[in-house]
Design a protein around this ligand. Structure first.
Ligand code: MLT
Length: 411
């Protein structure tokens, strides 16, 4: 009989979001009349803006005749899309990239997971706590860790607590680590890093030959000036950082799938023999072998996001979600609930009322207010006692959810 990958058995429960769906389904089967408001998983609700939808349709129509038909595209994505992204999303930040450093893909979740292919197993990894569970679980799956302890920390991973006490900015690791995951604006806490703070991480990585995996999936939601949108705004980051970006939340592509990963040519690792080797070349090799690119109509739609009209329409939706975030944050704060995030990110991280555990609050909120959020402890032990609400709902639902929470727990 074929052997399974035993590392999967070290994973604790099911993946967080399917577990939440399971509890919602259980509740709605028992209470079919309940109007449940879902502010759990960060999934967009607004339709695609017209300019982007048109580009998407045009891309499909081009497949209808042989002159404009597209078969396999480049595994790295069409160069015209990479160039548009560089021009519109990076140049204005003062970041200069080459098209060969931008890899278009079908999602940041997959890229964050797949990137581990090109790193040796004995690299020591540092991960936030709480954190987007994919970073943790994929390291367990590839066999980089031992078992989890009682709290849920895996042996072999260095955990960096993101807590209210440290202002959601952990201290630099005291032990030597090789890979550091950073996500800003942060999922789940919705907090951000200033350029000075990011510089500390870049300086640490450069001094310790470490690589930063920088997840910038939520950069489009930054509203305050001076908050960096890319790690490459920090000098030297091209020598120590890989950046993940996504069209999912930025442009409503959660169901359409398009993202990008930047692997600079200056980024080097070492072979077992101690020679320098380019991560850009390795990632290119990996993608050429294991990936066949994103569909042509999707890339056409992604390119339209950065047209003048496309960006205007996209920005209107981003502003709409950030107004939702404001309504949640200010509404709950006025009700005496301590909230973080929600200013530069579409997530509000709140302290559970009455000292409830995260899952206790989840169940109470679902059963008594018919509102779904995400329990903080699902993102890691330091998330216990916290809860995440997403701002991606429609306005009426967001307002109703806030009202219901205020009625129940408002002071
Ligand atoms: C979240 O809710 O944390 C995200 O939507 C999950 C994801 O992007 O995969």
């Amino acid at each position: 009989m074929a052997r399974i990958n035993d590392h999967y058995l070290k994973l604790q429960a099911g993946y967080l979001f399917p577990e939440i769906s399971r509890r919602i389904n259980e509740f709605t089967s028992a209470n079919p009349e309940a109007a449940v408001i879902r502010l759990g998983i960060g999934d967009v609700t607004e339709p695609l803006p017209p300019v982007i939808l048109k580009a998407f349709h045009d891309g499909v129509d081009e497949q209808a005749n042989s002159a404009s038909f597209h078969g396999y595209g480049p595994e790295q994505g069409y160069q015209w899309l990479s160039e548009i992204i560089i021009d519109k999303a990076y140049k204005p930040l003062g970041v200069d990239l080459k098209a060969s450093e931008v890899f278009i893909s079908d999602g940041s979740k997959c890229d964050c997971a797949n990137i581990l292919d090109i790193f040796a197993l004995d690299n020591v990894v540092a991960i936030g706590d709480p954190v987007y569970p994919v970073y943790n679980d994929t390291n367990v799956m590839v066999g980089r860790t031992g078992e989890a302890d009682d709290k849920g920390y895996y042996q072999g991973i260095v955990y960096m607590p993101f807590t209210a006490e440290n202002n959601f900015m952990p201290a630099l690791p005291t032990e030597k680590v090789d890979i550091i995951y950073l996500c800003f604006p942060n999922n789940p806490t919705g907090t951000v890093a200033s350029k000075t703070e990011l510089k500390k991480w870049v300086d640490y990585a450069l001094a310790n030959d470490a690589i930063i995996f920088f997840d910038a999936a939520y950069e489009a939601f930054i509203t305050e000036a001076d908050i960096p949108h890319s790690i490459y705004e920090v000098e030297g980051a091209e020598k120590c950082a890989i950046e993940f970006r996504s069209f999912s939340k930025t442009a409503g592509f959660t169901g359409i799938r398009c993202a990008l990963t930047v692997v600079p040519e200056a980024l080097m690792g070492t072979t077992e023999a101690g020679e320098k080797y380019s991560f850009n070349q390795l990632w290119n090799r990996r993608q050429c072998t294991k990936f066949n690119g994103v569909s042509y109509p999707v890339q056409k739609a992604a390119a339209a996001v950065y047209s003048d009209e496309g960006w205007e329409q996209t920005k209107t939706i981003i502003d709409f979600y950030m107004e939702n975030a404001r309504i949640i944050r200010e509404g709950l704060t006025a009700a005496g609930i301590t909230c973080y995030g929600g200013v530069n990110a579409p997530y509000i991280w709140l302290q559970t009322p009455e000292g409830m555990s995260s899952w206790e609050f989840f169940d109470k909120l679902l059963n008594e207010c018919h509102v779904v959020g995400t329990p903080g402890s699902g993102f890691g032990p330091s998330g216990e006692g916290y809860f995440r609400l997403s701002a991606f709902g429609n306005r009426k639902n967001v307002e109703t959810a806030v009202e219901r929470i205020k009625e129940k727990w408002g002071k």
